[in-house]
Design a protein around this ligand. Structure first.
Ligand code: CMC
Length: 440
């Protein structure tokens, strides 16, 4: 491929060495980051599709929400550095930023917090959904079901062409997700649901619904609430990852937002994505002791062994995950403020990190701890059960999913997502009647 500039339009020339034909493909710059080659007309002009399993070189949409520079370890929400938001902002303000593009002034923030907060309660009949699940159901299974089911209750916010409907659906999803997740936990331990309290902050309210019981007063620790708020900020959006792309793809057919977010939750559940925080804790428990670390590092490097170091590696970050740095610091703060000393799992995690980062296999492949490596340890210190870790990720990511969904619906170029394939199956053949089929 050769690069050229036609007038002001940069192009890349594709040479088909079979036919000798040349095709000019336009190059489009973003506001920052790599330019993209526009292949929208490629099939029509050349008869070829591109082939990119896992979308490692494919931009699926135009977006102005989140920017990642994986080589430099940069993550920006609407241009703001994640470290600054984690230090100075709060989750509600970050939600406003992701949804609307700018930080709110005081009046806008007050209204937004009010509007979202007054959607925290669930329609009472939704509560009876839960009793259809086994008590030992994974909370993510419950979340997929209950969130998808919201579409059956909120008929007044399903018209995706109506901006007001989209706004109400967005507020409902952000506000109700903590209630749904906390109730999944309460159901699993056989305790009554604790209703939301709208005089509490977002993170505080979630922790209250998780840990309070109707039998006695419960005061949420400000340290825990602050740490939880920060964790929510760090997980709020992450560009076109698997679950976000799932939400966009589901939404591209015109499906309602509740169904789309349920699809995102399903995608997040996998251990290569949001399920990694739970998998990190399982892995640390499996390793059990510092003396076993080398054995597990060996397993992680063995191509014949399916074991991977969970919480290590990232498709985009090849230097460090900026969220992991903030998370590591938060982890120490939380353990310190909660007076948790000599936490064996944390010590094991630190030692594992140290050994892996000095190992050529991990260094050469640029495998660094990601956000999930530390979040699990903080959640554990807070008393949150392992099975709830990914549900918490879903609570935080809902604003990212819904912001991206809104952006897609408002995009005049929106089309139903419909990838093509490289077909390698049987070519056309005649049907063989059963009596004439050969024994295998
Ligand atoms: N342990 C051991 N080897 C690994 C690991 C790991 N955690 N991650 C990647 N590798 C190796 C992999 O075997 C391959 O080696 P080789 O080149 O010799 O074949 C090389 O590194 C590149 O790996 P890849 O699978 O091609 O990389 P990817 O970009 O497709 O996968 C990943 C990224 C996150 C799925 C992967 O690193 C992984 O499975 N990590 C563990 C799960 C995890 O922590 N996921 C959370 C991601 S961050 C939160 C989120 O976004 O949800």
């Amino acid at each position: 491929m050769a690069e050229a500039k036609k007038g002001n339009q940069q192009t890349v020339t594709l040479l088909d060495n079979e036919s000798g034909k040349k095709y000019d493909l336009p190059v489009i710059p973003g506001s920052t980051g790599p330019k993209v080659i526009d292949v929208r007309r490629l099939y029509g002009d050349t008869g070829y599709f591109t082939y990119d399993p896992g979308f490692t070189s494919t931009g699926s949409c135009e977006s102005a929400i989140t920017y990642i520079d994986g080589d430099e370890g940069i993550l920006l929400y609407r241009g703001y550095r994640i470290q600054d938001l984690a230090e100075h902002s709060d989750y509600m303000e970050t939600c406003y930023l992701l949804l609307n593009g700018d930080l709110p002034n005081t009046e806008q923030k007050t209204k937004f917090v009010h509007d979202v907060t007054y959607h925290t309660m669930l329609q009472e009949q939704i509560n009876s959904f839960y009793s259809g699940f086994r008590r030992d159901s994974h909370p993510m299974a419950v979340m997929c079901g209950v969130v998808g089911g919201l579409a059956a209750f909120y008929h007044d916010s399903l018209d995706i062409t109506n901006a007001r409907h989209r706004e109400i659906a967005s507020y409902r999803l952000i506000a109700k997700m903590p209630t749904i997740a906390a109730q999944a936990y309460k159901y699993s331990v056989g305790q009554p649901f604790v209703y939301p309290q709208n005089d509490l902050g977002f993170a505080e309210n979630f922790l209250h619904m998780m840990f309070a019981t109707p039998a006695e007063k419960y005061k949420v620790s400000p340290t825990m609430a602050k740490a939880m708020d920060r964790i929510l900020i760090l997980h709020a959006d992450h560009e076109q990852n698997a679950s976000t792309s799932t939400v966009r793809l589901a939404g591209s057919s015109g499906a309602n937002p509740f169904a789309c977010i349920a699809a995102g939750i399903a995608s997040l559940w996998g251990p290569a994505h949001g399920g990694a925080n739970e998998a990190v804790l399982d892995m640390l428990n499996q390793i059990g002791d510092k003396k076993n670390i080398n054995e597990y590092i060996k397993k992680a490097k063995d191509k014949d062994d399916s074991f991977r170091l969970m919480g290590f590696g990232h498709r985009v970050y090849k230097n460090f995950d900026p969220r992991a740095k903030v998370m590591q610091q938060t982890c120490h703060e939380v353990l310190g403020e909660l007076g948790i000393k000599n936490e064996p799992l944390l010590e094991l995690a630190m030692e594992l990190e140290r050994i892996a980062l000095e190992d050529d296999y991990f260094v050469e492949r640029k495998l660094y701890p990601n956000v999930d490596f530390y979040s699990g340890i903080i959640f554990r210190a807070m008393g949150i059960p392992t099975s709830m870790f990914t549900a918490l990720f879903a609570v935080a990511r809902t604003v990212g999913w819904i912001s991206q969904w809104n952006e897609m619906i408002e995009d005049p170029q929106m089309k139903i997502g419909r990838p093509r394939q490289l077909y390698t199956g049987a070519t056309e053949r005649d049907y063989v009647p059963e009596a004439k089929r050969k024994a295998k």
